[in-house]
Design a protein around this ligand. Structure first.
Ligand SMILES: CC(C)(COP(=O)(O)OP(=O)(O)OC[C@H]1O[C@@H](n2cnc3c(N)ncnc32)[C@H](O)[C@@H]1OP(=O)(O)O)[C@@H](O)C(=O)NCCC(=O)NCCS
Length: 175
């Protein structure tokens, strides 16, 4: 993101570095327990996320962290949709993960809003958000940010003894 984005007492949003990867993975793993945010069912290893991390492109498909008091509390990433198919070059999926102890304080909304504001210079016209249909926080944030719900794939995931659906939110940048 070039210069870090200072938020005063609320922290700093900056590009993730390789040193952040263990914390990024730990935050991701904290979301698996609840069974309502990610399709992974068991903790992932840092090594297994290395290729994903190395594929990031700060100029087009960045991973940002929110840091406060020297601690990374949350992260947000843009990933290419159907990578390698050029017609989708200006479409990206957004993913946001906030550490367990810091949820519900507006951090997810703030990070997502900041990434969306950067989309014009990141070459992104369309942002997609894929989330389980029982994830009320993502739904609430998306509504606030103007995402339109364009899809609902009912009961396509199996989490424990329950089937869950996937919703697709779409935001056109500049509309
Ligand atoms: C989803 C997540 C990123 C949201 O970030 P956050 O910092 O916790 O969320 P915020 O505090 O910015 O906003 C939460 C919103 O959800 C609303 N909310 C919280 N609990 C809710 C509930 N049970 N029902 C309805 N809305 C709820 C809040 O009111 C708030 O909306 P508002 O700003 O309109 O009042 C975060 O909780 C997280 O990392 N969860 C686990 C991982 C995850 O689900 N990631 C998304 C994968 S698709």
């Amino acid at each position: 993101m070039g210069d870090a984005h200072e938020l005063g007492d609320e922290g700093t949003i900056r590009d993730a570095t390789f040193e952040d990867l263990p914390r990024i993975v730990a935050i991701y793993n904290e979301s698996i327990d609840g069974g309502w945010s990610t399709a992974d069912l068991a903790p992932v290893s840092v090594a297994s996320r290395r290729a994903w991390f190395e594929a990031r492109d700060p100029a087009r498909r960045p991973i940002w962290v929110l840091e406060r008091g020297g601690e990374v509390l949350a992260w947000v990433a843009l990933t290419s949709f159907y990578q390698g198919r050029p017609a989708y070059d200006r479409t990206a999926e957004i993913s946001t993960y906030v550490g367990r102890d810091h949820r519900g304080q507006g951090i997810g909304l703030r990070l997502k809003r900041a990434m969306i504001a950067a989309c014009p210079r990141l070459g992104v016209d369309v942002v997609l958000s894929m989330y389980f249909d029982h994830n009320p926080r993502t739904q609430a944030i998306n509504e606030r940010l103007g995402f339109v719900e364009v899809g609902h794939l009912p009961e396509i995931a199996v989490l424990g003894d329950q089937r869950r659906g996937l919703k697709i939110g779409l935001l056109r940048i500049g509309e």
